[in-house]
Design a protein around this ligand. Structure first.
Ligand code: FAD
Length: 510
């Protein structure tokens, strides 16, 4: 019997491939769309990517995954944010939390009230004291947020640290169980339609050929289909993000199970620490211009919580993105479309955003006969560029405001020219305490505030509407808010207990 459905072929079975397969099979009617995924056991995946953003919960919820089961099967822990150590000057630390700072009063954003109290010489707590997620992270505490919006425990959200390889396997089981056809094999040839230039099919080493109507390139840094077949340029962001290497190594646990990622600035880059249930993931992201691989290795191994569980593994990358992610009938998702260093754990989020955009812009099955409407690709590309540029500006912000004088990488970063779009955001904040608050994409206002203030950038002014409030009442309200956070966090259970009771992975000591 002839299958006249619209055929989508995903090449690559890393996190990007399986998130794409799962998202598409969940949202597209099986009567109209057939989905096939090709992956090569021989080539394998990039094998890193352990920290996420809260959005991933929405993705998992869209699939209908059971949270406790997913956490158990991926060795997951909770992430309430990222602790940045030594980024301004050695010894400094702040957390970029998942959640709000304070609350808006009288329609005026919280930071303005705090700045006004400070400007009037009132003794207020540091900005970080007004975030529930910061307080809970510092206390190694966690409970699921309260759904009642009036509760102070509703003011934070959370993400996960997990084993990305196990997550891809989990999604593979789920997606194949819901109708995705999986083919193991290595693509060695790609055929194009002579007239339209569109990809017609891929051929595997085994001799098997797979034809399709739409091809999703999830082949990682190789970008076998998009970059390999189409003349798509590369926008290089090395001048703003000079780190181009990572050494990654897992180690044994050596202390408390912290519910946050740590990013510690080092002489020529920064080191991540990501606690999973069964181990800690670590890595040194560094610039090969300013640091040898040997020095990076020594630095990494000298700064582990416990015994190294493997030899450090080197990964090379270039920061930037493909000039477009969708060309003809080929859409690149994941590392095949671009890469930004994992300072804010954004890659898996960018995959998720691309999958959702692709679902929304998916050509109708009629495209088999009529061709793909080019406006779909234009819109996908516009959204992708916007996502990447917003993340880029946020990452660059972490670097430029450093005061690590005398260290060549950090001296360079302090003085380099920055993107105009970031200059604009900085000027608005410096003048009036205004921070971006995107409805779409990353990052929300509280994220910007945490890093701007965390890096020591303080505005000269604030929203004048804040002046309408009685100052004594305002200070009392600030104190009350910080006090409520403190007492509520003190009554929470520990992160370790939460994991043990909710989702302990098999074989992991409780
Ligand atoms: P890959 O994992 O490389 O998968 C590529 C797939 O394509 C594989 O299945 C491979 O077999 C297949 N393939 C390739 N060629 C062929 C072929 N010829 N035929 C058939 N199949 C083929 N992201 C985060 O969100 N958080 C983090 O903390 C984080 N940390 C990172 C740290 C580092 C150092 C790096 C480099 C990345 C990090 N990332 C992180 C990014 C994250 O790892 C990736 O975004 C994510 O794993 C998706 O990768 P991918 O699926 O695009 O590519």
């Amino acid at each position: 019997m002839q299958d006249d459905r619209y055929h989508i072929v995903i090449v690559g079975g890393g996190t990007a491939g399986w998130m794409t397969a799962a998202g598409l099979v969940r949202q597209l009617p099986g009567a109209d769309y057939a989905i096939t995924l090709v992956e090569s056991d021989e080539i394998g995946t990039v094998g890193v990517g352990e920290a996420t953003l809260p959005h991933i919960k929405l993705f998992n919820d869209m699939l209908g995954l059971d949270e406790a089961q997913f956490m158990r099967e991926t060795g997951a822990t909770i992430k309430l944010g990222i602790e940045f150590c030594d980024w301004d000057r050695p010894g400094d630390r702040y957390i970029h939390p998942f959640g709000a700072f304070g609350e808006p009063w009288g329609g005026v954003e919280f930071q303005n009230h705090w700045l006004r109290a400070k400007a009037n010489g009132r003794p207020v707590a540091p900005f970080q004291a007004y975030s529930y997620a910061v307080a809970a992270a510092r206390a190694n505490a966690f409970e699921l947020p309260d759904e009642n919006p009036k509760s102070i425990r509703s003011t934070y959200s959370y993400a996960y640290h997990f084993d990305a390889g196990l997550y891809a396997e989990f999604l593979r089981r789920w997606a194949t169980g819901h109708g995705v056809a999986r083919i193991e094999g290595q693509v060695c040839d790609i055929s194009r339609d002579q007239a339209s230039g569109a990809i017609a099919g891929v051929a595997l080493k085994s001799g098997v050929s797979i034809s399709g109507d739409l091809f999703v390139d999830c082949t990682g840094f190789r970008s076998l289909l998009l970059a390999g077949q189409f003349d798509v340029g590369w926008e290089d962001w090395t001048p703003w993000l000079p780190c181009d290497r990572a050494l990654a190594v897992p180690c044994a646990h050596g202390g408390d199970l912290t519910p946050y990622t740590r990013a510690t600035a080092r002489r020529a880059g920064w080191q991540w620490r990501i606690p999973l249930q069964h181990r800690i993931g670590n890595g040194y992201i560094f610039s090969s211009t300013f640091c040898s691989q040997e020095e990076a290795r020594e630095t990494l191994l000298a700064n582990l919580d416990g015994e190294a569980l493997a030899e450090p593994r080197l990964l090379r990358f270039s920061p930037g993105r493909r000039a477009c992610a969708w060309r003809s009938n080929c859409v690149a998702i994941g590392l095949a479309s671009g890469f930004l260093e994992p300072l804010e754990s954004t890659s898996i989020y960018l995959i998720q955003a691309a999958v959702i955009d692709l679902i929304n812009l998916m050509p109708s099955p009629r495209a088999v006969r009529e061709g793909i409407d080019p406006r779909l690709a234009d819109e996908f590309n516009r959204l992708t560029v916007m996502q990447y540029e917003r993340v880029r500006d946020f990452l660059v912000l972490h670097y430029i405001a450093n005061r690590r004088e005398g260290e060549p990488l950090w001296d360079y970063l302090r003085h380099m020219p920055i993107p105009d779009s970031l200059t604009h955001k900085l000027e608005l904040f410096r003048a009036r305490a205004m921070a971006p608050n995107y409805q779409y994409g990353l990052f929300a206002r509280d994220s910007w505030l945490s890093v701007l203030i965390g890096q020591g950038i303080m505005p000269a002014g604030y929203d004048r509407l804040a002046d309408t409030f009685d100052l004594d009442m305002l200070v009392a309200r600030l104190d009350d808010f910080a006090g409520r956070i403190e007492s509520s966090v003190a009554a929470m259970s520990s992160h370790a207990d939460f994991i043990a009771n909710y989702c302990a992975a098999e074989g992991v000591p409780a």
